[in-house]
Write a protein that binds this ligand. Structure first.
Ligand code: ADP
Ligand code: MG
Length: 295
């Protein structure tokens, strides 16, 4: 009777939009205590748009956008797509030589003979760019609003900031509530800035200091999952990006968004077909019920 009940459970899951790799997954689902949520593309839609361009003193904002957009055109990152699309509205983008993407930090390339860097201030600092301090106030203001801010520089000089907005999915706050009702602890995990992470977390009802883990590089997402496991938690990780694949594999249970990257879907144990976070709570509820029927 056991395998039959498991199969009924997985069949019911499929009806709800939850695809399970195999019936054995239900067992690990039942033991979960903490649910780690990736921010971009999981809690938010991941469809970003440029909302603000802040040029540094004496810099033409059109030049800032043209150079940043040109280099970002080489990246598939949601931020890069937003910047490139916005820049392209003003006209064709110049060609880029020596394009390079640094995972979780940003991009670099040569445009019109100038070294252009776009991404986290950390990346710019690594390229010896100075003068970003003058823009700290504008950066903090945008971040308080939940906007992700990337900086751009050319020839070692700061060009300015570009703020992009993402939208929190309507279902995310309900999902967080449903997870808590199941006795689970939701944790937000992101490579994005601390202030942005807290602003987004607050919008879905995650407010505890320890429940927001920000500014982690893609490789550090695994360490964050392991840290929770070492603290005694049984960890489910929900993610959508190529970046999330190693953490999905490291978690006790990996849930991938059906709307996400193939690598994430392959790394997960379970796929939430519609990319709706409420399905994560449904999956855990269903597995508990199915296994209760068996026992
Ligand atoms: P998340 O964990 O939220 O999915 P990522 O790890 O993909 O985020 O990116 C973390 C941060 O690195 C971004 O918030 C952004 O500041 C910076 N970043 C990454 N790629 C790019 C890019 N192509 N252009 C600009 N900034 C980038
Ligand atoms: Mg993501």
């Amino acid at each position: 009777a056991t395998p039959t009940a498991l199969l009924v459970g997985t069949g019911r899951g499929a009806q709800l939009g939850i695809l399970v790799k195999g019936p054995e997954v239900l067992e690990s689902t039942r033991r979960v205590t903490t649910v780690v949520l990736d921010k971009t593309g999981t809690v938010t839609t991941g469809r970003m748009s440029v909302v603000e361009v802040v040029a540094a003193h004496g810099v033409d904002p059109a030049r800032l956008l043209r150079l940043a957009g040109a280099v970002e055109a080489g990246s598939e990152h949601p931020i890069a797509r937003a910047v490139a699309a916005h820049a392209a509205e003003a006209g064709p983008l110049p060609p880029v030589e020596g394009f390079r993407n640094t995972e979780g930090l940003g991009v670099t390339g040569l445009v019109d003979g100038e070294d252009v860097v776009v991404g986290r201030p950390r990346l710019l600092a690594g390229h010896g760019v100075a003068g970003i301090e003058a823009l700290a106030g504008a950066k903090a203001d945008a971040e308080e609003r939940g906007h992700t801010v990337v900086a751009a520089a050319a020839g070692g000089r700061i060009l300015g900031l570009i703020a992009v907005a993402d939208t929190v999915k309507e279902s995310s706050a309900d999902a967080v509530r449903a997870l808590r009702e199941l006795g689970l602890r939701p944790v937000l995990l992101t490579g994005d800035n601390e202030r942005v992470a807290r602003a987004v977390a607050a919008r879905v009802g995650i407010t505890a200091e320890a429940d927001v883990i920000a500014e982690v590089l893609p490789a550090e997402k695994v360490a964050a999952v392991r840290g929770l496991q070492e603290a005694g938690e049984v960890v489910a990780m929900v993610g959508d990006g190529v970046n999330d694949a190693p953490a999905l594999a490291a978690a006790d249970l990996g849930l991938s968004m059906g709307t996400g990257a193939d690598a994430a879907i392959e790394a997960g144990d379970l796929t939430l077909v519609r990319g709706d976070l409420r399905l994560a709570a449904d999956a855990i509820r269903l597995s508990r019920r199915t296994l209760r029927t068996i026992r």
